[in-house]
Design a protein around this ligand. Sequence first.
Ligand code: TK8
Length: 335
Amino acid sequence: TMVLAACGGNSSSTGASEKGSSDSASGEGGKRTLKVSIGVNDKHPEYEASLKFKELVEAESDDLTVEVYHSGQIADDRSAIEMLQFGTLDITIPSTSPLVNFIPEFGVFDLPFTVPNEEVADKVLDGPFGDKMLEMVDGQGLVGLAWWENGFRNLTNDVKPVATMEDVKGLKIRTMENEIHLDAWKALGANPTPMAFTELFTALQQGTIDGQENPYPTILLSKYPEVQKHVSNTNHVYTPFIFLFSKKIWEELSAEQQEVIAKAAVEAGEFNRQRNREVADESLETLKKEMTFTEIKDGEFEKFQEAVKPVIDKYKDKIGAEIVDEFLAEIDKAK
Ligand code: TK8
């Protein structure tokens, strides 16, 4: 069902945090149920954090209720973003990678082997660069409220242990719907196919693809060890989750409601990061028992990095040379 956009020309301030979209108007508010759609299942730290968001909002507001839908029950990442644009869904917290189909600048986060660790990711996302990226979604009918964490991605497959770049050759790998990932895996010699996350388990089970890449919590909690034998610590890219609100619906909310939501999104995000890191460590320990874990050999990361260099060069202009340089400079500063 379509939700009508607010048409009252209310120009009072939004009350959103600095991280909110400071130039969108606020409306009448009233009683509302906010639906949150996420792609991962109800075992995942992102679900736990979504429940934390619900708890925080409902504690602070008498007229807001939050419902969390996991496992892509409402939509996959890309379709959920479109629903926000239409105003048929309130909130989604996707990987940034599918956003690149709407806002090319978000491709900075898909450039492989750029972010060295989580501390650097936090500094870059919590600083002016992260704020700028959150504001950038505004032109696409979205309000960017906070950074959550998906995390460092690692390769699994059902064919062979991967210790070297040579081992990647010919593997049919599912990638997110993102051309930088697609080209990076091609450059590494794999045979990649883009696919929505919601279709991934079945594709692995049926063997239409050999492997996939995701952070350790997702690999374990989505039960990939049931359909994949091998995991390697490729750590090739850090994927943030971005907390997105429908701008159309946002403008119907009162300034007070906007403030409660913006604050809860950030607070639940802090909880999310902390939990995600604990779960990532625990997940790896469990994965080592349920799959063969292979470390990428010494000296091999340099080869991977060398192989994807042309991909970074190719996308630099598409993403925007200035923003790529800024991202890399922020990373260097944070190291
Ligand atoms: C969940 C996705 C997922 C992502 C992917 O909605 O598609 O592989 O890593 O976790 O955002």
